[in-house]
Design a protein around this ligand. Structure first.
Ligand code: SF4
Length: 564
């Protein structure tokens, strides 16, 4: 799911019209926890549990996989509900106002009076049927549903983790019994609440004033210090912060808990030096820092050994990668190096910055079939005047030169983008240029957003030129509609073609004859979502050849090719 402002945002409040995002887990079946694979070997448990909720982009999703790895390495166990957790972490996003608000609303759920109300509500339901004590209050990793354990039932008299904790017995559940009732044991547990990521960096210690029950505030540029911060919490420190952005280090972990069993994400460059006038990322994630090519290739080898066939290299500006080692591997060479690791069948990368996008990347895609035929190249506006005010460092014409490189390739490469409408001062003429850019480029997908002013950004001072909300909404609707038409037309050109698809999901669909048939889904190399049928039972994680028989603006429809 990679997503916007060069960091891919479809998980946010923008509107998704692209095929670029991941398969919808709701329609394809969630992965079981057992399917989520940590790379590395978690040690014995320490009896403590954590819950981690992630907001925002793919970079955040992957940061969370690594944060989870840090905790697993310390013996914590991940659980899927806040109620069952000793440590509750929110990995936050502040790229749009709504995303930041969501985090404070989550923190509000830990306000003492709210917790008290939950406790009281739970106390009113102290008698449960024997059967209901089996209800999975916490369905934990790879486990069948379980009843509260002996450990769950201990009174909250402090535990190994004595941060600024919240006693919460609300997770006793509220269901009442219908059958043989037994007294439900009092369940109390202390919780540590932590805020990670962009909102943590942006708000800093102000979070403690707004939500005094929070114990940990840590921005992503300080994640390398997480083991030390967690140690401080374990020692009973009530307020722990990691807010330093002045670093040249990257976040390396021994263990990464991966949420997708087929596609492994790998951050190769952190931070951003580009300073676009609307973007909080340089402020929240710090300067660009690249990992060494040797460390990246070693991780890819480990992933291949663990059974992954697809890797996606991540960075806010992934193609600005600069190998800090003596090897000085260029980004395009790194792509080839990753693709050549035995067992790796697909290599993706996101997000590219137009300024650093060169012919060598196109040549690498042309030469190496394992490098996927897809480039996400955010343009943000079709107007050179607006691009200049956005400080995007390229003009419309320069951007179109990069597109010409891609379109001139020997392989057909799909192109997707991010677009912002209603940037301060954007005239009707500027907006018209964005629409005409869609005609010129013919994107395969676009993530379209209304401009949203963010703290600490230069464009915040341009509010006198602000575009009214209704006008922003109108422009967004026009843009989306136009892009939908383009996508449908581009997808229609693929009808009759046979494309390779990684099988990532399965769902049941009602056939016109009234019988339920299995429908499968996955992505093509060009990152289009393919929903397809097959006469046989497919295996998730396999690659199959699918003939395109129909389209929607956002996906292809097909059936497994008869000769496959
Ligand atoms: S500042 Fe960096 S992350 Fe933000 S939009 Fe610009 S290039 Fe992308």
């Amino acid at each position: 799911m990679g997503k916007a402002f060069d960091i891919g945002l479809e998980a946010l409040t923008g509107v998704r019209v692209s095929n670029r995002a991941g398969v919808d887990r709701a329609t394809t079946g969630d992965l079981s926890d057992a399917e989520k694979r940590p790379v590395g070997h978690p040690p014995e448990g320490n009896g403590q549990t954590f819950y981690l909720e992630t907001f925002g982009c793919q970079m955040n999703e992957h940061d969370s996989e690594k944060v989870a790895g840090v905790l697993l390495a310390r013996g914590y166990r991940q659980v899927e509900s806040v109620e069952a957790a000793d440590v509750v972490l929110y990995n936050t996003c502040s790229i749009r106002e709504k995303a930041a608000q969501k985090v404070f609303s989550r923190l509000g759920e830990w306000r003492p009076e709210v917790v008290r109300a939950r406790v009281e509500e739970a106390a009113q339901h102290t008698r449960f049927s024997e059967a209901e004590t089996q209800i999975p209050f916490s369905k934990t990793e790879g486990e069948a549903p379980r009843a509260p354990s002996k450990q769950d039932q201990q009174p909250a008299m402090g535990g190994p983790m004595n941060g600024h904790a919240i006693s919460d017995s609300a997770y006793q559940g509220t269901k009442t019994a219908g059958r043989t009732e037994v007294a439900r044991p009092a369940v109390r547990r202390e919780k540590v609440i932590g805020v990670l990521g962009c909102v943590a960096q942006q708000e800093g210690e102000k979070i403690f004033a707004r939500a005094p029950w929070v114990s940990l505030v840590c921005g992503s540029a300080s994640y390398r210090r997480l083991p030390e911060l967690i140690r401080e919490l374990e020692r009973g420190n009530r307020r722990v912060t990691g807010l330093d952005t002045d670093t040249d280090e990257t976040f390396e972990t021994e263990i990464t808990r991966r949420d997708n069993p087929w596609r492994a994400y790998l951050t190769i460059i952190e931070g951003c030096d580009k300073a676009c006038s609307y973007c909080v990322v340089p402020f929240t994630r710090g300067p660009e820092r690249s990992r060494t090519s040797a460390a990246i290739l070693e991780e890819v080898r480990q992933l291949a050994d663990a059974g992954y066939t697809e890797v996606q290299l991540l960075g806010q500006t992934v193609n600005s990668y600069k190998d800090p080692s003596a090897r000085k591997m260029r980004f395009s060479e790194l792509l080839v190096g990753v693709a050549e690791v035995p067992g790796i069948r697909r290599v993706r990368f996101t997000t590219s910055h137009p300024r650093d996008f060169g012919k060598d990347i196109v040549e690498a895609i042309e030469a190496v079939p394992a490098i996927c035929e897809h480039v996400h190249l955010p343009v943000q506006s079709g107007s050179t005047r607006v691009l200049r005010v956005m400080a995007r460092t390229y003009s419309r014409e320069e951007y179109l030169e990069k597109i010409a490189l891609i379109r001139g390739a020997k392989r057909a490469i799909s192109v997707t983008t991010d677009l912002i409408v209603g940037f301060p001062g954007e005239t009707e003429n500027d907006f018209g240029e964005t629409l005409s850019l869609l005609d010129a480029v013919q994107y395969d997908g676009a993530f379209c957003f209304k401009y949203s002013p963010r703290p600490n950004t230069p464009s915040l001072k341009m509010e006198e030129d602000a575009i009214p909300e209704e006008e922003k909404a109108r422009r967004l609707a026009v843009l989306i509609e136009k892009q939908r038409e383009i996508q449908r037309a581009r997808n229609e050109k693929l009808v009759g073609e046979t494309l390779e698809v990684l099988v990532e999901g399965k769902s049941k669909k009602l056939h016109p004859a009234g019988i339920r048939v299995s429908q499968w889904s996955g992505h093509t190399s060009s990152n289009k979502v393919m929903n397809f049928t097959s006469r046989r039972e497919e295996s998730l994680g396999d690659y199959v050849r699918v003939k395109v028989t129909g389209v929607t603006p956002n996906s292809l429809i097909g059936e497994v090719a008869s000769d496959d």
